[in-house]
Design a protein around this ligand. Sequence first.
Ligand code: ZN
Length: 272
Amino acid sequence: MTGCHCAGAGQALLDLRLQRMVASLPIPKRLWSRVSQHVGCFSTQEVYLLQKLALTLEPVDRETLPSLFSRMAILNGTDSANFALDLGTTFRRILEQDEEAVAIFSERAGLSAMQLAELLSWTGERIGDVRMRFRNEVFVSRALRNPIIRGCPHCLREHAADQPHPLRHIVLRGDWLCRGVDICHQHHQPLVPLWSNARPIERDNIGARLAEILPDLQAGSFDCVRVEPTDYDLWLDKRLSQGISADKNMAGLTAGVSSDHNLRVHWCSFAP
Ligand SMILES: [Zn+2]
């Protein structure tokens, strides 16, 4: 677009957009300063490209970043790799949680700062070579990253039930990533291996992997015998959900499971 009127309208739109970006704070300061430096270079089309997509999804409780990214890609008629390219980034940068890539996705998905923080907290964020922050606590990375992806087949099947496009709705939960979480508390179903791949770019391509197992999932091939959660299972679920305050609410219970806890979570290190 050219001409005084259009240029003025474009600038006004840009100003509004930038004000909203600051107000909603989905863009990290590092990216924001970069945007500000180039404000004069933006065309109306580029401003448009930063807007929320017409088709978006709300993140589900405990959902991970790759899961939401995959569902958004499918909703927009593409796959994770091409969706990332459409956003001007790459799927690898999304999985690596590159600050700029995640900020672009968050903005285009219309996520609030709180939704993004919650999403990342259930995904786990690297804070060094061997440690990750997960639910505001520090874990060794191997407690959260494993070639084997697990899940509850009942949960997955319920997401897909009666949906004309089931892959838009099937969600992978962050607590399923955590070694030590072995049961679905809603269905009393042991978490089962869904797929295995050593390459994150393949393993975390959730839509593609789910498409491969969907027939077996819907046929009940992944189902197991119900089990009752142990005191340890109950404690860990509350700890991940509520943080350290859960220990105060479950003081008697944590005393009872302390030895079991020590045995089973030697691989993780909760922050003091
Ligand atoms: Zn379940």
